[in-house]
Design a protein around this ligand. Structure first.
Ligand SMILES: *[C@@H]1O[C@H](CO)[C@@H](O)[C@H](O)[C@H]1NC(C)=O
Length: 309
């Protein structure tokens, strides 16, 4: 009896020691795994830090952009030219424009040209948009990014307009009236032309502005690194260039894993702090990004169905 209970006690003690050993082992393993994942994400952070450092100290960054040295076939050359022609955008006349001289949607307005008592379905509606700066002075050049639409909220109907930049601060918008009823015109400034110039600069100078990331995994160990069409710095990279199309794609090489262990691809985010203080004034969400431009007169028309004519 006494022997049995002693054996039971020994057994329980052994089990308890075993449980502690397993617990401690798991704990260390978990901690180790944490180390791995953290070091993986540190890699990304370190890259970011490196970016911002090289930016502030203005060291000579040599972004590796192999796509800029790509040799294009005749067909690719033609395609590139037609794409570039399609996104061609007028430039403000002077390089540096002060914020107060940039487009102010609140000072700008639009009018419906030749409003008649009734329009018919199928008629064209013309709207004139007049851009002004923050001092209320008419703009003398174009290049603003506008969006214009006609819509009838009750009918859940809407259509976009065709915008013509007159390059003098005026824009014509043409709509085809497609349905009968009360049709409202809405115009908004997506970006002032001065902001477009900044976006152009970023596109040319910072192709890494929008960055991506990939995870590399082997067993329980994983790392995440940054990826893009070209990566700045002299760190080792993995070359994931498409062998068939030649589209370049690179990721920083993970520290401990091979390039072949890549398991995912995801958007990383936007590089921050790329704008100068002056430039950032052209990107104020409550001032000049996606802001409505109001009509100085009526902003809606009555459209009759064709049967009424
Ligand atoms: C990446 O791979 C492509 C296709 O194999 C090759 O043409 C290119 O030179 C490589 N770039 C680098 C930096 O290794």
């Amino acid at each position: 009896m006494w022997r049995d209970s002693f054996r039971l006690q020994i057994f329980c003690l052994l089990m308890a020691v075993l449980a502690i050993v397993v617990l401690v082992h798991n704990f260390f393993q978990l901690e180790h795994m944490d180390d791995d994942t953290i070091s993986g994400s540190n890699w990304i952070t370190e890259n970011n830090v490196q970016h911002s450092l090289s930016q502030t100290t203005k060291t000579t960054r040599k972004p590796y952009c192999s796509y800029k040295q790509q040799t294009l076939s005749k067909r690719e050359q033609a395609e590139q030219e037609s794409l570039l022609a399609a996104i061609l955008w007028p430039k403000p006349p002077d390089g540096k424009i002060a914020f107060v001289e940039s487009t102010d949607p609140a000072h700008s307005d639009f009018v419906i040209v030749k409003p008649v008592r009734f329009f018919k379905v199928g008629d064209e509606l013309e709207v004139l948009v007049r851009m002004k700066d923050f001092q209320g002075k008419p703009k003398q050049y174009g290049g603003d990014y506008l969006q214009a639409r006609i819509h009838s909220p009750l009918l859940k109907a809407g259509a976009t307009g065709r915008i013509v930049d007159c390059h003098n601060g005026l824009y014509k918008v043409f709509f085809t009236l497609l349905w009968p009823g009360e049709v409202k015109v809405s115009v908004s400034l997506v970006h002032p032309s001065e902001a477009i110039q900044v976006l152009l600069r970023l596109r040319e100078e910072r192709p890494d502005r929008v960055y991506f990331k990939s995870s590399f995994k082997s067993g329980k160990y994983s790392e995440t690194t940054e990826c893009n069409v070209c990566l700045p710095g002299d760190l080792p990279v993995c070359n994931f260039t498409d062998l068939y199309t030649g589209e370049p794609w690179f990721c920083y090489k993970p520290r401990k894993l091979s390039c072949a262990s890549r398991i995912s691809h995801a958007k990383g985010g936007y590089q921050k702090g790329l704008l100068t203080q002056e430039e950032s004034l052209f990107f104020q969400s409550d001032v000049n990004i996606k802001r409505p431009i109001l009509s100085s007169g009526p902003d809606s028309v009555i459209v009759k169905s064709k049967a009424f004519t």
